[in-house]
Ligand binder design. Structure first.
Ligand code: E4P
Length: 215
């Protein structure tokens, strides 16, 4: 499974890129707005320099024509830009048009298997099921990932399942077991994947024993 960082923060991108396990980035308007007064073009170009894999940049327009125009502009910023469009009728229209122009597309705000199926049929490269928000709404994000995996395998869709809205490390394990292609997560979840209290204690003991040796 590929690991993406769900963030527009350059420091976080830099730290994770240095670990050697970062396969891509997802951003959205909320994450970009957290960065304050930025020039989206300069900011995205900076991210794309740090990470070779796909970097998703979401459109702001709600009409297909506007989405396509924005997407074509983003695609000129860097080779690894992926255009993120919302799961709406206009978004679906934009998928086909952007794909015809040779631009990769990620369909976001996926909350049902039928939405994922539609996005795949339209030609999306990635679909982003939002599992954390579903759980918070009293539904089951993990079941959604399972359903999408089964459907994409049944019909041999090449569309990648990019699990999004991840809240904790256990979800990372579970979506990997279900065969998700990608998991995007915030920096805090990424960090938690590394740590275990027994690792820290074990290391402490090894070093203490070494320091106690007869010199
Ligand atoms: C995915 O691409 C989205 O950026 C993301 O995971 C949103 O999730 P959240 O706002 O529920 O955390």
């Amino acid at each position: 499974m590929k690991f993406f960082l769900d963030s527009a923060n350059l420091k976080e991108v830099e730290v994770l890129a240095s670990w050697g396990v970062l396969d891509g980035i997802t951003t959205n308007p909320s994450l970009l707005s957290k960065e304050g007064k930025i020039d989206p073009e300069k900011h995205l170009k900076a991210i794309c320099k740090l990470v070779k894999g796909p970097v998703s940049m979401e459109v702001f327009s709600t009409e297909a024509a506007g989405m396509v125009a924005e997407g074509k502009r983003y695609a000129q910023w860097a080779k690894n830009v992926v255009v993120k469009v919302p799961m709406t009728p206009e978004g679906l229209k934009a998928v086909g048009l952007l794909r015809k122009a040779g631009i990769r597309v990620n369909v976001t705000l996926i909350f049902s298997a039928n939405q994922a199926l539609l996005a795949a049929k339209a030609g999306a490269n990635f679909v982003s099921p939002f599992i954390g928000r579903l759980d918070e709404n009293g539904e089951d994000g993990m079941t959604l990932v399972e359903e999408i995996r089964a459907i994409f395998d049944n019909y041999a869709f090449g569309t990648e399942i990019l699990v999004a809205s991840v809240r904790h490390p256990r979800q990372v394990t579970e979506v990997a077991m279900l065969g998700a292609d990608i998991c995007t997560m915030p920096f805090a979840v990424f960090e938690k994947l590394i740590h275990h209290p027994m690792t820290d204690l074990g290391l402490e003991k090894f070093l203490a024993d070494w320091n106690k040796r007869k010199k």
